[in-house]
Design a binder for this molecule. Structure first.
Ligand code: AMP
Ligand code: MG
Length: 426
């Protein structure tokens, strides 16, 4: 495990007072070690979990060559370009789950149902709707199909002995189905990580408390809960912690004991007079950054150690939008790494900006945007009004974040911009 100082020394151009967004992710990738503990879970329980080992297919899927259509199976070598073909219908039918076991040579065909094993010597299926049947004569018009049509190959989905799923993959609905198609009742996954969260700040009210002058209700607790839950981690919700050394110390110690990672919001700005930063420094190995980004400049990261066990710390700024943006840009990829996930970078979409955007090179900006398909069929994106870092409604209206990269300049109407879509994340 590397210290903050060691990681910082290894990063090119590390400047805690003006850190580029890309450097933050590089730093966090070095700070966070993936979990190693695994468990076996049933297929239903595997949804959203991260696979701990490759799953090697014990069988081939499908296990036989079979028909993709209801129709007539025959030896396709008899097809000649420009000529129709008449075949003699053999007795019986090839059903899915009940093979046709006879031998019907050249000149014959067998009625076959979708999923039925291809009869020996036959490699082509003509669909029912393409033929004319006259007694035991089946007429196939010229040029309606080619040899091999409508036949599915043994193992065309998965071949026995080949990896069907890779370690580090997050298991979604398709993966669950695939696991079941292999006849596997359980899979090995990494243990679920635990993430503790608390809000700090004397002006922060919990729900149920009466509103008083200068105070605001704690919204970060709920957005972070939602973000963490969607990520599939176990959330340890610690509510609001008072800005008092004893309360903060107890909260940090409890969180470090019970969680793999700790997220806090508030109290990490440069000018902040409260005790949060002091307590982070006292209990852990923590760096305090000013990131070249908007929103979300201040952030603290490091490790808090308690009784020999340490937890990764993400001290996020207090502003509600800044919390969500720093979570999506930095915390989420870092937690995915901690979970054992192989994929930690969001796939960005390209959309044409419907408006001009002011942007200074030298910082990364995350603007809240709504992506829609325009009349011309192209994706276009526009911002959702007031982009203040406290304006949570700008996040509610948005369906993605427009990412204006570090070196990027002003954006003109129609320019392509990158968008980090919320779908599946928020
Ligand atoms: P700070 O980073 O502590 O300077 O907080 C920045 C702004 O975010 C202030 O206006 C705070 O009132 C606000 N804020 C901090 N924590 C929360 C929270 N948990 N819920 C809503 N607003 C918050
Ligand atoms: Mg504060």
């Amino acid at each position: 495990m590397s210290t903050i100082e060691q990681i910082a020394a290894a990063l090119q151009g590390y400047d805690p007072k003006a850190l580029a967004a890309a450097s933050v992710n590089q730093f966090l990738a070095k700070l966070v070690d993936p979990v190693t503990d695994t468990e076996r879970v049933g297929v239903f329980a595997a949804l959203g979990r991260v696979l701990a080992q490759d799953v090697v297919s014990p069988i081939s899927v499908p296990p036989h060559d079979n028909s993709a259509m209801d129709g007539f199976a025959f030896d396709g070598s008899q097809l000649v370009k420009g000529q129709s073909l008449t075949l003699r219908l053999a007795e019986g039918t090839a059903f899915a789950g009940k093979a046709w076991t006879g031998v019907a040579g050249v000149g014959a065909c067998v009625k076959i149902m979708t999923g039925a094993i291809m009869p020996t010597g036959m490699d082509t299926v003509v669909p029912l709707e393409l033929v004319k049947v006259d007694g035991d004569q089946v007429h196939i018009p010229a040029d309606v199909l080619q040899r091999g049509d409508n036949r599915r190959f043994l193992g065309e989905d998965l071949m026995a002995g080949q990896p069907a799923l890779r370690q580090g993959q997050t298991l979604g609905p398709a993966a669950l189905g695939l696991i079941a198609s292999l006849g596997l009742a359980q899979v090995p996954v990494f243990r679920r990580i635990k993430v503790a969260y608390f809000s700090t700040g004397d002006e922060i009210l919990s729900l149920g408390e009466p509103l008083r002058e200068g105070a605001v209700y704690d919204s970060n607790r709920y957005t972070v809960f939602g973000l963490l839950t969607r990520l599939g981690v176990e959330v340890i919700d610690m509510g609001v912690v008072k800005d008092e050394p004893a309360a903060l110390e107890a909260a940090f110690r409890e969180a470090a004991r019970g969680a793999d990672a700790i997220i806090t919001s508030g109290g990490v700005s440069m000018g902040e007079a409260d005790h949060t930063k002091a307590m982070m420094k006292q209990l852990g190995d923590v760096a305090f950054w000013r990131i070249a980004m908007r929103p979300g400049r201040p952030m603290a990261v490091g490790k808090i150690t308690e009784s020999g066990k340490s937890a990764v710390l993400f001290g996020l700024p207090g502003n509600p939008v800044a919390v969500m943006v720093t979570f999506l840009a930095f915390v989420r990829p870092a937690l995915q790494r901690l979970m054992g996930s192989a994929v930690t970078e969001p796939v960005l979409l390209k959309a044409h900006s419907a408006e001009a955007l002011r942007k200074k090179p030298g910082r990364t900006e995350y603007q809240r945007g709504t992506v829609a398909r325009g009349a011309d069929g192209q994706l276009s994106v526009r911002t959702t009004g007031n982009q203040g870092s406290g304006v949570l409604s700008s996040m509610v209206q948005a369906n993605g974040l427009i990412v204006l990269h570090h070196a990027q300049d002003n954006v003109a109407v129609g320019d392509e911009v990158d968008v980090m879509m919320f779908d599946g994340v928020i």
